[in-house]
Design a protein around this ligand. Structure first.
Ligand code: CDP
Ligand code: CDP
Length: 197
């Protein structure tokens, strides 16, 4: 079965949490596409050359989840040649037999416009920044500033900006627990699986 779930949205909206749970529930493969951009961002050197030769060791870098890696990712993510270098891998992953869930910024709009289910996960910026602060610590005001800065950069870039696909289902997780957000996503996927047979 070819079945793709595309999960997009701003930083710390809950995309990864939902994607991992969906992958476990349906037996789909999961790709955190943000890790690709984070790996390119932290490696340094020429980002285009790095993106073209990205490998498993780069993706295993221990610092990928830091705030700095997130900022570095969003700076290299504006470069069209970097995005192009990562495209084929993501597309083949999305259409592999057995089903796949990919989370990022442009999965429903650019990587897999034919995805069977597209979810756009959001939450208020203050809530997202608080969630991220619980994970990384440090100065809470600084975390909020960085989250807002990164969202603005992601939404305003010319190539594959962060925006919901016209046929995406929006889930606002501001007032939901992780379990409730996961249940909402699973309900949408079940609905689609039941209508396609
Ligand atoms: O992948 P993304 O950056 O969108 O978010 P995440 O890493 O899945 O979630 C950020 C944090 O928010 C995690 O620590 C989650 O446990 C927490 N959280 C959530 O994901 N969803 C909720 N409804 C409530 C909290
Ligand atoms: O987990 P969080 O939402 O904070 O970030 P991420 O998904 O790991 O993505 C890090 C950065 O990579 C984003 O801010 C984007 O600039 C970039 N990115 C992208 O441009 N396209 C994607 N499909 C995924 C990430």
């Amino acid at each position: 079965m070819i079945f793709t779930v595309a999960i997009d949205g701003p930083a710390a909206a809950g995309k990864g949490t939902i994607s991992r749970a969906v992958a476990a529930r349906f037996g789909f493969a999961h790709l955190d596409t943000g890790a690709l951009y984070r790996a390119v961002g932290v490696k340094g050197g020429d980002p285009i050359a790095v993106a073209r030769s990205l490998n498993a060791t780069d993706l295993a870098h221990p610092g990928l989840r830091s705030l700095e890696a997130g900022q570095a990712a969003s700076r290299v993510a504006v470069i069209p040649e970097v995005r192009a270098a990562l495209l084929d891998f993501q597309r083949s992953f999305a259409r592999q037999p057995g089903g796949a869930v990919l989370d990022g910024r442009d999965i429903g709009t650019v990587i897999c416009p034919e995805a069977e289910v597209k979810l756009f996960i959001t939450a208020r910026p203050e809530i997202r920044a608080h969630r991220r602060w619980l994970e990384v610590g440090g100065d809470a005001a600084q975390v909020l500033t960085e989250v807002k800065e990164r969202d603005a950069r992601d939404m305003s870039r010319a190539d594959a900006p962060l925006k919901p696909a016209t046929d995406a289902i929006r889930i606002d997780t501001s007032d939901l627990s992780s379990e409730q957000a996961i249940a909402a996503a699973i309900a949408e996927i079940d609905r689609r699986l039941n209508t396609t047979g």
